[in-house]
Design a binder for this molecule. Structure first.
Ligand code: OGA
Ligand code: MN
Length: 279
């Protein structure tokens, strides 16, 4: 479907339910003139791709600033190095969890609105970034399912992701991750816009007040549902690409790549504007 908004942004859709490629020039993006339109389209499409836009570090920050208030990392950094190379990022370990479907910031009440990632150094194999549309996945559920999950709440934690990549971690590591805390969130996010999306992913540990096997089955079933082909887009990177996702209506993951490949992505983030508990 092509709309007036698509025409303005020179946008073409990548899949029916997710993703649009933007054809504007770097100068047009940096002018800020299209910021409101970009925000509108990303809420509709989940993911926007700016192929080979070749932002410098300063330009990536400047572009992000045109779109809203930036969310710095915990140590105040505006630009974050997404790499598994621990000599380039001391927290590289945590990023091992990024290879599993997740939403950024489920440890906060108000997660980041959007993340912007640019490809700097790529791995020879693997290392795609994949996205799924959790609005579209919710919408396509049966009415019975919608009703059954409507009021459920889920415990999210960073430590839940640890076991994905380190199945037999030392106790000290478990305790360190547990100190980050747990966050109980609604399974269905009722946005102020009236739309609803699923809040699941690797940080989702269990559904509160539910038998534990039933809880695991439900979370796995919803993950499987939301990540079906029709709701997903897999981005194969070219150096210089920038990809932006609406973190409030998508999940994402990196496909496996060699931790020693030197793969390096630079990330900026936009501050969250809506609590998981919104409406
Ligand atoms: C992230 C992330 C995936 C990737 O930056 O939040 O999950 O492909 N990145 O590196
Ligand atoms: Mn992430």
């Amino acid at each position: 479907m092509t709309t007036a908004l698509h025409e303005k942004l020179k946008a073409t859709n990548l899949k029916d339910h997710i993703g649009s490629k933007i054809g504007l020039s770097k100068a047009q993006l940096l002018s800020g003139e299209f910021a409101a339109d970009i925000r509108e389209l990303i809420e509709q499409r989940g993911v926007l791709v700016f192929p080979k836009i070749d932002f410098t570090e300063e330009e990536q920050v400047a572009f992000t600033e045109t779109l809203g208030t930036m969310a710095p990392e915990m140590d105040g950094e505006l630009l974050y190095k997404v790499t598994l190379d621990s000599s380039a990022n001391v927290k590289a370990d945590y990023l091992k969890g990024s290879m599993y479907w997740h939403i950024d910031g489920t440890m906060s009440k108000v997660p980041v609105f959007a993340s912007i990632l640019s490809g700097r150094v790529l791995s020879k194999e693997g290392g795609n970034t994949e996205f799924c549309n959790t609005y579209a996945a919710y919408d396509a559920l049966s009415d019975d399912d919608k009703k059954a999950i409507e009021k459920l709440r889920v415990s999210h934690s960073a430590w839940a992701t640890l076991f994905y990549y380190d199945p037999e971690p030392p106790l000290q590591k478990v305790q360190e991750m547990m100190r980050i805390g747990e966050n109980n969130l609604p399974l269905v996010w009722k946005h102020a816009s009236g739309r609803k999306s699923l809040v699941i992913g690797a940080t989702a540990h269990h559904v509160l007040d539910m038998d534990h096997m039933e809880s695991t089955q439900l979370l796995v079933r919803l993950r499987e549902w939301a990540t079906q082909e029709q709701f997903t887009y897999s981005h194969t990177w070219t150096v210089g690409d920038t990809v932006m996702w609406d973190n409030t209506g998508t999940m994402h993951r990196a496909t496996p790549y060699d931790p020693n490949s030197g793969r390096m992505m630079l990330r900026t983030k936009l501050k969250g504007e809506e609590s998981f508990e919104a409406a």
